[in-house]
Ligand binder design. Structure first.
Ligand SMILES: *[C@@H]1O[C@H](CO)[C@@H](O)[C@H](O)[C@H]1NC(C)=O
Ligand SMILES: *[C@@H]1O[C@H](CO)[C@@H](O)[C@H](O)[C@H]1NC(C)=O
Ligand SMILES: *[C@@H]1O[C@H](CO)[C@@H](O)[C@H](O)[C@H]1NC(C)=O
Length: 332
């Protein structure tokens, strides 16, 4: 009796020590499905079930992917009227060389369903289709990917733009899914007050990285009316997370180097003092920044022509230089 008790606790301890490194999923060691290969993007489908419609998403495996070692998953959610293909082009999580936990990543681009205005959208916006359960969709993608690939279940992350950023915040505010995601990034995000009836019933400290331009005319920095709803002001959103995470005091202010940002357009606000569980809240306030995803080059679909919003250039790369290193710092 005593001996088996001791054995039991020894094995629990061994498992706990192993899981500090990573949490390998059931897909580890399986052969890659035929239609997947390294450095490629493959379309996936979840059949309609339980009153939920068919769902689609794209999955990109890093160039150095090995299905016998655990890899992080990074979700990238498109904005209102966006598509999974455009989001891959815009957010660049399929770029070569991105490392989390010293391994290449599995980049996932989910497709939103058509909302009340006939344009793709995510749960929580005034124009999203209330019958669609996008949180269930994310849970199903995670369990599907964990079964097919060698996933490090302690390193799953979510990023999104505009309505997709608002949805990332909904994930962070929903304990049943937030408990599976290590850190969150929101870009030019639309945070509707109606998403949570004003509440964010989080039960853990959550690392949040947020980017927003002061010249964003779609999701204004100061918040206010939009699409029949109300957007939370960007600084209110950030302060809300800093408070929920127990961070104290005002954010520390820093800038990019003058070599990269001669006009010092980017102000970085970091809340890290006494935040619970080593969490931080970091906000990038980008002067002249429009409703885009900060990057140095234009997305391919802009055909080299600078226009507005997604077809604008920034002085920094939000994905490779900021979001990936931020995610890398956190695991569950
Ligand atoms: C690729 O393979 C997976 C797993 O077998 C399957 O679910 C998916 O539908 C396939 N995608 C395409 C485009 O054939
Ligand atoms: C939505 O996207 C489609 C396809 O890219 C485009 O033709 C349409 O103009 C967009 N709608 C709005 C309101 O921007
Ligand atoms: C991006 O990161 C690299 C490597 O850390 C650094 O050398 C470079 O200056 C950064 N670029 C920008 C624009 O921040």
């Amino acid at each position: 009796m005593k001996r088996s008790f001791l054995l039991y606790w020894t094995s629990v301890l061994v498992l706990a020590v192993l899981s500090i490194e990573s949490a390998p999923s059931s897909g580890c060691g399986k052969a890659l499905p035929r239609n997947f290969s390294n450095g490629q993007t493959t379309s996936m489908e979840i059949p309609a079930t339980n009153g939920q419609p068919v769902r689609h998403y794209k999955v990109h495996l890093s160039a150095n992917f090995q299905n016998d070692r655990p890899h992080a998953i990074v979700f990238s959610f498109h904005g209102h009227n966006g598509t999974m293909a455009k989001q891959e082009d815009l957010s660049q999580f399929s770029e070569k060389g991105l490392l989390i936990g010293n391994a290449g990543i599995i980049a996932v681009y989910p497709q939103g369903k058509l909302g009340t205005d006939g344009e793709p959208a995510w749960q929580g916006a005034p124009y999203s289709d209330r019958r669609v359960d996008d949180i269930l969709f994310v849970k199903t993608m995670i369990s599907t990917l964990e079964g097919m690939f060698c996933v490090d279940s302690s390193r799953i992350y979510a990023a999104g733009k505009s309505n997709g950023g608002g949805f990332v915040n909904l994930l962070a505010c929903t304990p049943s899914i937030a408990s599976k995601i290590a850190a969150f990034a929101t870009v030019s995000a639309a945070f509707y007050t109606t998403t949570f009836n004003g509440n964010c019933p989080t039960n853990r400290a959550i690392p949040i990285l947020d980017f927003h331009g002061t010249a964003d005319k779609v999701a204004r920095y100061s918040g206010g009316p939009s699409h029949g709803g109300t957007l939370v002001a960007v600084e209110t959103f950030r302060q809300g997370w800093a408070s929920r995470n127990g961070c104290q005091g005002k954010p520390a202010i820093s800038h990019l180097s003058r070599a990269n940002d001669p006009q010092q357009l980017v102000e970085i606000r970091t809340w890290s003092k006494n935040c619970r569980a080593g969490s931080t809240v970091i906000g990038y306030k980008i002067k002249k920044g429009q409703h885009g995803w900060p990057r140095i080059t234009l997305p391919a679909r802009c055909n080299g022509i600078t226009r507005k919003n997604d077809c604008t250039r920034s002085v920094f790369d939000a994905t490779a230089n900021v979001t990936i290193p931020f995610f890398n710092k956190y695991s569950l």
